[in-house]
Design a protein. Structure first.
Length: 638
């Protein structure tokens, strides 16, 4: 392979923690090492929690995949439950023009199809139950009909029933979604229906079959003595269940490797058949009454079981400790630091947390979204505040979401999983796990990511709560018309200044300003013009104040300023600056009235027996004396 460029492969899949997906991905992983491919797996858990808003956030991860960056694609689209999402993924891959291999789905002739013959194996299972065990009444638990595999298996069942002239009763057919809960519901529905027990229950996969057996056992129904149960896939749990499950073994890992081998041949310019078909094999076990000699190595089984339990306990401990630790952080930085303390417990070469550059902002109004955001869910630029590697922790301040990786792999033979980081339908970012079995070997991967996502959402809400509190506090102390402090704000800050002046025996200057002629302006030009005059006067006062001086609208047409450490000269200078600025404002405004005000300034050294309001009253009295010397005629512009 020397001298050849590294090929990049994209994989689309949902539900990585299930055995079917895990086996296929395991085959792809081994082939990636063999062929030197870098594989990017875009994965989610859509459809798992039966929450439509949550699913939207999960499925956004597929829009992150920039197909221009890939040489080929492998589609496990039969695992994606949402038909619209599945169609969008297929359409995007078709439009990209890159070669694509789809597993177990021959619906689209433009893709290469790596298929496992479901039909022949399902027919053999059904014939075996009928011909070898004499079953005549049969219940069937199906996967969803929009799933090609489910459809093939169901049609195979129907064809064998027709061959033997056996009736297919609609109330003995249950359509599920390949999940264990469907087996539970199908069995409970059967037992509650009042129908006689069937001779056999044939399930379209092992997960539904095993759960049906569990329900039957709970109700005292013995398998296979009273009814036969079969599955499909011959999973690890099916093989080691009691009774062991009659099922169909499928070369899943081989199928994953075959997809990579097909792409490798295409890259080399070789002609390839559009369809590669692998055979499946019935496995007749105890659940149909076939007592075969067990080839299970009990010592290996015990060791594997112990390893599974240990791995689950270790994962649960990690999840519990991380969940507890994530309750404390109140800033994004603290959250990232907390997460970084636990990532060494996940066996991987690298783990990245990538965040949208606006993740901290208030959720966007959908009506105001840009087209790109509403389609992709990801911002043009991302940041990676946490890149954990075995020997280092670092961050990347920004990178383009189109590049997907903050730090792309430098060698071949790597496999990275991209998972969504979101709250409900709102995208916050994504995770990347590189060269790790964590996404496929434990259901706790999903739980861990949900907890981390919830932690970021809590931080985001806390940031906005604090912002809201600050804004409410600002509104409490700021006059909305004049945009300077109101009476509340003035009292809060003036009291602090007053106390400090008292402690240091410093001087305090208070200037009380009252607008002249506001009633005249309101009566002759309207209240809007009066509001305009008040705002302009506030601007004059603010621009006349020094940086250490506080100014406020005290109420109505009254304004006040306060300053610490001023001298008599400073006080006189302030009044002169105020008068000069007021005159300049009038010349610029060119209104049919003059903007004017009376000012009274009181300067004193603060002692312990003084009260702040007494000093304000003194300044107010000085201002009032000045106002009495003025006449209304001064407010009319000549």
């Amino acid at each position: 392979m020397g001298g050849e460029r590294i090929r990049n492969i994209v994989v689309f899949v949902a539900g990585t923690d299930e055995e079917y997906q895990g086996s296929l991905l395991g085959g792809i992983r081994d082939a990636a090492v063999e062929f030197g491919f870098n594989v990017s797996v875009f994965a989610c858990f859509g459809g798992v929690l039966a929450n439509n808003l949550y699913d939207i956030g999960e499925y956004h991860i597929y829009q992150l995949a920039n197909l221009e960056m890939f040489d080929g694609a492998i589609l496990l689209t039969n695992t994606i439950g949402d038909l619209e999402t599945r169609a969008k993924v297929c359409q995007a891959v078709r439009a990209s023009g890159i070669p694509a291999a789809v597993l177990d789905c021959g619906d689209d002739p433009s893709f290469y199809n790596i298929r496992i013959d479901n039909t022949a194996a399902m027919r053999e299972i059904v014939r075996h139950v009928i011909e070898h065990h004499g079953a005549k009444t049969i219940n069937y638990i199906s996967g969803p009909m929009e799933n090609p595999e489910a459809k093939e298996r169901y049609e195979a069942f129907l064809s064998v029933m027709a061959e033997h002239n056996l009736p297919v009763e609609s109330n003995r057919i249950y359509f599920g979604s390949f999940r264990p809960i469907d087996g539970y519901r199908a069995a409970e529905s059967l037992l509650a229906s009042g129908l006689p027990l069937p001779d056999a229950i044939i399930a379209a996969n092992d997960a539904m079959a095993l759960e049906a057996i569990s329900v039957l056992h709970e109700h005292g129904v013995r398998v296979p003595e009273e009814t036969i149960v079969t599955g499909f896939d011959f999973t690890y749990y099916a093989q080691h269940h009691s009774p062991s499950l009659t099922s169909v073994s499928r070369p899943l890992a081989e199928a994953g490797r075959a997809a990579c081998a097909l792409l490798d041949r295409i890259f080399r310019g070789e002609a390839c058949e559009k369809t590669v078909t692998l055979s499946a094999k019935p496995e007749y076990q105890e659940s149909c009454g076939c007592c075969t000699d067990s080839d299970i190595d009990l010592d290996s089984y015990r060791a594997a079981s112990y390893d599974t339990i240990k791995r689950f306990r270790t994962g649960a401990s990690l999840l519990n400790r991380l969940t507890t630790a994530l309750a404390a952080p109140e800033t994004p930085e603290d959250c990232i630091h907390t997460i970084s303390q636990y990532l060494h417990e996940i066996e991987c070469d690298q783990c990245c947390i990538c965040l949208c550059d606006n993740w901290e902002s208030v959720f966007r109004d959908t009506a105001r979204d840009t087209e790109e955001d509403s389609i992709n869910g990801y911002t043009e630029y991302m940041r990676a505040p946490l890149i954990w590697q075995k020997n280092s922790i670092r961050e990347v301040s920004w990178f383009r979401s189109a590049d997907m990786y903050p730090l792309p792999p430098e060698t071949g033979g790597n496999m990275s999983y991209f998972f969504p980081l979101h709250f409900r339908e709102h995208t916050l970012g994504y995770y990347i796990f590189t060269n790790s079995d964590f996404p496929t070997h434990t259901m706790l991967c999903h739980s861990l990511m949900m907890n981390i996502s919830q932690s970021f959402e809590n931080i985001r809400k806390l940031l906005h709560l604090n912002n809201a509190i600050r804004e409410l506090d600002r509104l409490y102390v700021i006059d909305p018309l004049c945009d300077i402090y109101n009476r509340n704000g003035f009292i809060r800050l003036a009291d602090q200044m007053f106390r400090h002046s008292m402690e240091t025996h410093n001087t305090l200057m208070i200037s009380f300003i009252d607008m002249d002629g506001l009633k005249y302006i309101n009566d002759n030009f309207g209240h809007d013009e009066g509001d305009f005059a008040l705002k302009k006067l506030a601007e004059v006062i603010r621009s006349s104040c020094r940086s250490t001086q506080i100014c406020a609208r005290f109420g109505g047409d009254e304004f006040i300023t306060i300053a610490e450490g001023f001298t008599e000269t400073d006080a006189k200078m302030f009044e002169l600056d105020f008068g000069k600025t007021l005159k300049e404002a009038n010349s610029l405004l060119n209104k049919p009235y003059e903007l004017n005000a009376s000012i009274g300034t009181y300067l004193t050294t603060v002692t312990e027996n003084m009260k702040l309001f007494s000093l304000i009253t003194q300044a107010d009295q000085i201002m009032y004396e000045q106002k009495k010397r003025k006449s209304t005629s001064r407010y009319i512009r000549r």
